[in-house]
Design a binder for this molecule. Structure first.
Ligand code: COA
Ligand code: AMP
Length: 637
């Protein structure tokens, strides 16, 4: 395999290229067509193909004699548990839970929400949905009940699968009260819930609606895989957009399986039998693609880690798991390594473990910052690879493709476009920028298999959000540039999405919530730099006339609004009352200017600004409250 020939063929002759990749998976019926456009004009992959993703992830390996191989290793320092499931065992549990879902009336096309911590049952529930053609929607356990309610109303699930609690470091977080509150406030009530009772917390059950996971399983009979069309949806995963309503990214079965299998071979260079570990959460896209589906489709052993990079129990947790489970390829977000580096700057904990089997470390979720890259490469003997992707694409857009040829690493770049992704950088008029010039990063349509065909129940929003700005291109929402060697440098979002500790959040949503406070006339939330979490949100609030409320009274109230509506993961802890917000003459809030003031202590005065004097007022507020990297006491820098 050579990168340049694969890339060229994938762009010039996509149907030939993806025919070749499609031949590598075990279809029930091979597709009749490779690439088509449907009646909406949306591109679809592998029409006429029939398959089942759960079959690919489990049954095919059992049928091929891999039944005794570990499929999933559950390692949970927070509960002091370790458990290995072979492919035989994972299949048995999944087929039974699929039967339980069918007993509850779930069938092809029904939605099932999964709101669970990092336990094997979360994976089993996902695969069981795939087995019977139900569309799962996993909601990250860190989201508060309001976020869950929004997703319930959009996906309209027949069943919600949850657990009594999650565990954060040593804190037991009860999930059931959050679930009950979400169902209470949602307009579309699910007919049933299935609750995994964990020993760390019990819960009250609603008679007739709530079912105990174990009791259901005890009564269930195993269910077979049902054949699905390649274009049938496998799951919906909600992600932050620029408004309060998150976007339901749809993933289909056929393109997803083909693309993930290709990525494991060409990008991650892992083979059947290898141990692959993505330290993320099943609630995020990394968890969907690289904890669950890709490693299992590929016949690897996947690691499900219910812990943190630090304090579970120490900053050696990652090194221990890699060594103990013989991990070949590891994947996490840079923020996780920054957390380790903060507690163990010299990497002393690593020395206790044998990492000789580790062949690669992949990072994504945010740009791999040069200090973290240098710290890691100084300690590890294997390549450390930054790669760029998003929930919408489901697999990497740009990467250094280890399975083909390792290219020169350029710090700050996610390297080159992966075959299938025709990446361009456009200026605001839709013209390609000169080498080195920054613009909007777009991908020429059609997107390769595995990427979103549309948004759940909202084709219009899909069009408006992604394919209308530059006709013929998909808008990634990221800005950046290409260098003379075609390396892509992703410099950050061009919209109001921020990245907090590897979690994607919408400042627009936070503004809507803060704007609901009775004292608030208007507000702006911006993502400001944070050494460990990359970015954290900070709010700037203008009070309604006649309101007198002190900063130290208002801010805790705003913090609570965000915590109880979005969740603690928003990391919304800083806010300031200001007299006015900087705006353009047409009334648009200059969020980027506020961000520069907080990060750098200064900002270029935008030519469109209404009144430049406001910038001095904001700077004064940042200074007096110590908000922003530029205004923090020296010891915190
Ligand atoms: N359930 C409930 N609460 C959760 C949660 C979950 N699944 N995940 C996080 N939270 C809570 C935390 O307990 C914390 O609460 P607090 O403010 O009351 O202390 C808050 O949300 C903020 O969490 P976080 O930003 O994650 O900070 P942290 O200090 O707890 O942990 C890291 C920092 C870097 C260790 C952690 O963010 C991490 O491991 N990040 C990697 C992210 C990742 O894997 N991203 C996926 C892309 S690869
Ligand atoms: P998510 O959909 O949660 O995976 O977030 C996707 C967004 O995270 C992208 O649009 C980027 O803004 C950012 N991102 C992910 N990986 C990288 C990377 N390697 N370099 C720069 N930004 C990244």
């Amino acid at each position: 395999m050579s990168y340049s020939s694969d890339f060229r063929q994938s762009i010039e002759k996509p149907e030939q290229f993806w025919f070749r990749q499609a031949e590598k998976i075990d279809w029930f019926k091979f597709p009749e067509k490779i690439l088509t456009q449907d009646e909406r004009g949306f591109y679809r992959w592998f029409e006429g193909g029939s398959l089942n993703t759960c079959y690919l992830a489990l049954d095919q390996h059992v049928n091929n004699g891999r039944g005794n191989q570990p499929a999933l290793i559950y390692d949970s320092p927070v509960t002091d548990q370790k458990q290995t499931f072979t492919y035989d065992q994972l299949l048995e549990q999944t087929a039974l839970f699929a039967g339980a879902l069918v007993d509850l009336g779930v069938g092809k096309g029904d939605r099932v929400i999964i709101y669970m911590p990092m336990v094997p049952e979360a994976v089993i529930a996902m695969l069981a949905c795939a087995r019977v053609g139900a569309i799962h929607s996993v909601v990250f356990g860190g989201f508060a009940s309001n976020e869950l309610a929004i997703r319930i109303d959009d996906a309209k699930p027949k069943v919600i699968v949850s657990a009594t609690c999650g565990i954060e470091f040593t804190n037991v977080i009860p999930y059931k009260p959050l679930l009950d509150a979400a169902i209470e406030s949602a307009k579309n009530k699910p007919a049933h819930t299935v609750i995994l009772k964990r020993p760390q917390a019990d819960c009250t059950m609603v008679e007739g609606r709530d079912h105990n996971w174990q009791e259901l399983l005890d009564q269930a009979s195993p269910h077979e895989c049902i054949p699905l069309q390649a274009t049938d949806p496998l799951y919906i995963l909600y992600t932050s957009g620029t408004t309060g309503k998150s976007k339901g990214i749809v993933r289909d079965n056929g393109g997803h399986a083909v693309a993930l299998n290709y990525s494991m071979e060409a990008i991650y260079d892992v083979n059947p039998g290898d141990v692959y570990w993505a330290a993320s959460d099943v609630g995020w896209i990394v968890g969907h693609s690289y904890i669950v589906y890709a490693p299992l489709i590929r016949g690897c052993t996947t690691v499900l880690f219910e812990g943190k990079p630090v304090r579970t129990p120490d900053p050696g947790a990652f090194w221990r798991v890699m060594s103990e489970h013989k991990v070949k390829s590891f994947f996490t977000a840079p923020t996780a390594f920054r957390a380790i580096k903060k507690e163990d700057p010299r990497g002393n904990y690593k020395d206790a473990y044998d990492l000789s089997l580790l062949e690669s470390v992949f990072l994504a979720g945010e740009r791999l910052d040069p200090p973290t890259y240098e710290w890691l490469t100084g300690m590890l003997a294997c390549p450390v690879i930054d790669h760029w992707w998003q929930t919408e694409t489901g697999w990497p857009i740009c990467a250094n493709m280890l399975g083909m040829e390792l290219k020169e690493i350029k710090m700050g770049s996610a390297t080159v476009p992966v075959p299938g992704f025709d990446v361009k950088v456009l200026d605001k008029n839709g013209k390609e920028t000169e080498t080195g010039d920054t613009g909007s990063i777009v991908i020429k349509l059609p997107l390769p298999p595995g990427c979103l065909p549309t948004l759940w129940d909202d084709d219009e929003r899909y069009k408006n959000s992604y394919i209308s700005d530059f006709p013929g291109f998909y808008l990634t929402g990221d800005g950046g540039y290409k260098d003379e060697d075609g390396y892509v440098f992703v410099m950050g979002r061009t919209d109001d999405v921020i990245n907090v500790a590897g979690h994607r959040l919408s400042t627009g949503e936070m503004e809507e919530l803060i704007g609901g406070h009775e004292a608030v006339a208007e507000c702006a939330v911006v993502g400001i730099e944070d050494e460990m979490k990359g970015q954290v949100p900070a709010g700037f609030v203008v009070l309604k006339d006649g309101y007198t409320i002190e900063n130290n009274v208002l801010v805790p109230e705003l913090v609570q609004i965000i915590r109880s509506n979005i969740g603690a993961i928003a990391n919304f802890k800083q806010a300031a009352i200001v007299k006015r917000l900087p705006k353009t003459r047409s009334g648009k809030i200059l969020r980027k200017t506020i961000r520069s003031l907080a990060d750098e202590g200064k900002a270029a005065i935008p030519p469109t600004i209404d009144d430049p004097a406001i910038l001095d007022e904001i700077k004064e507020t940042l200074h007096s409250l110590g908000i922003g990297k530029a205004f923090q006491p020296r010891s915190n820098k």
